[in-house]
Design a protein around this ligand. Structure first.
Ligand code: ZN
Length: 58
């Protein structure tokens, strides 16, 4: 796990930095949000993807 992944700059699954990972797929022990690109997030949890994407940004 790279620091970029921990800071949400890279997908936690495929390490891609672009397109920027937008799907929240989990949490690290230090309370950072684990982000994955949409492709990987779909592979991880195909049924919950819609909920993650529709999460309101407040
Ligand atoms: Zn990915």
């Amino acid at each position: 796990m790279s620091s970029a992944q921990r800071q949400g700059d890279a997908c936690v699954v495929c390490h891609k930095r672009w397109p920027r990972p937008r799907a929240r797929v989990g949490r690290f022990p230090d309370d950072m949000t684990a982000l994955a690109c949409t492709d990987c997030a779909e592979a991880l949890m195909p049924t919950r993807m819609a909920t993650v994407v529709a999460f309101p940004s407040r």
